[in-house]
Ligand binder design. Structure first.
Ligand code: FES
Ligand code: FE2
Length: 351
């Protein structure tokens, strides 16, 4: 019913009902995370949730702003408000806030020239707009850069944005699935599957400055490249480049071809067991078939989704002996090890 009078001095920085272990939350809060597609931020405030923290995203003349979805006056959700002339307006008493989070107007003040308390300020977050995605960070000094994506970062190539979906699964489970190549013929039966008897050749995982990478050759059974011969399978090299913690680009190169496809996947850990997916694709035609790519990507995601959502345990086991690995799991094992050894995720003690 009531908060103690000295609540402000003892308030934890963890969100209420935090679904993460405190140690994991603090580590993940140091990364940039995707929270929206740029094209979805128009003339109304948009709510989002990152690591159990409610956010509001809105557009001003200077670009996109992100803040905690909380009016400093009486704690109302700003995402239920509106935008007028680049000002975010709270739905409760109409306080106006600019893109930097300063209160610029209190409509009920008898003296409209009276000084506004600097405490009437939004909890604004760092923002970057890159690759058509809005990225934000819950701390003021991010510990890791944004992914450096070839192809997707090339302004001359048209981008295809796959409509964002939400999985009832941990972000790390999604990432591991996205980097798993042994499931193709079993799960992607109606898309690019391949033969169940295909072996996954031994491959090496290499550390990069900010992630992990590996290359894999694959006989692809589904004709989807512009220079395919109908009826043929195709030898294709998949290069995976993962940026910690939750971003991956696959660079797909069919043999003997001028064609290269870039498919980037980055996910927002909404909570420990809910994940919002942002995917951007392009290719060296410079004008990929948008309808086809979106339809195919949604079908591929659907083939994965129900299996990943039902994996047990919901949390990715970071103890290497907790699950049994097969030779095709080199990437998954390297990913789990790196999350522990590089960042200290999965530590038992809270901090
Ligand atoms: S609660 Fe936002 S203006 Fe009063
Ligand atoms: Fe898959």
């Amino acid at each position: 019913m009531f908060l103690p009078v000295d609540n402000a001095q003892h308030e934890s920085d963890l969100p209420k009902n935090c679904t993460f272990a405190p140690n994991d939350w603090h580590i993940l809060a140091g990364f940039w995370h995707p929270v929206a597609f740029v094209h979805d931020i128009k003339d109304v405030p948009v709510p989002a949730r990152l690591l159990d923290v409610d956010l509001v995203i809105w557009r001003t003349q200077d670009g996109i702003s992100v803040a905690r979805d909380l009016c400093p006056h009486r704690g109302t959700r700003l995402s239920a408000g509106r935008i007028d002339d680049g000002q975010l307006i709270c739905p409760m008493h109409g306080l106006h806030f600019d893109g930097a989070g300063h209160c610029t107007k209190i409509p009920s003040n008898p003296d409209q020239d009276a000084r506004v308390s600097p405490r009437l300020r939004l909890q604004s977050l760092l923002v970057q707009e890159r690759y058509g995605i809005v990225w934000t960070c819950l701390v003021q000094t991010p510990t890791w850069p944004l992914p450096d994506w070839p192809g997707i970062g090339d302004d001359t190539l048209k981008k295809v944005f796959v409509p964002s979906g939400t999985w009832a699964a941990a972000a790390s489970r999604h990432v591991e699935n996205f980097n798993d190549v042994a499931h193709f013929p079993w799960v992607h039966v109606n898309t690019f599957g391949g033969d169940e008897n295909d072996r996954v050749p031994p491959y090496d995982v290499h550390a990069t400055d900010h992630g992990l990478t590996f290359d894999l050759g694959y006989e692809e059974g589904f004709n989807r490249f512009p220079d395919d011969v109908p009826g043929d399978t195709r030898h294709v090299v998949y290069s995976y480049e993962l940026t910690f913690p939750f971003s991956t680009i696959i660079i797909i190169r069919p043999n003997d071809s001028w064609y290269v496809q870039y498919f980037a996947d980055t996910v927002c850990p909404v909570s420990a067991h809910e994940t919002r997916i942002f995917q951007v694709a392009t290719d060296t035609t410079g004008a990929p078939d948008e309808d086809f790519l979106i339809k195919e990507s949604l079908m591929i995601n659907d083939e994965d989704k129900h299996l990943v959502e039902n994996q047990h345990p919901e949390d990715l086991p970071l103890g290497i002996m907790d699950e049994v690995h097969i030779p095709a799991d080199r990437m998954s094992v390297a990913y789990r090890r790196a999350l522990v050894e590089k960042f200290g995720l999965g530590a038992r003690l809270s901090s």
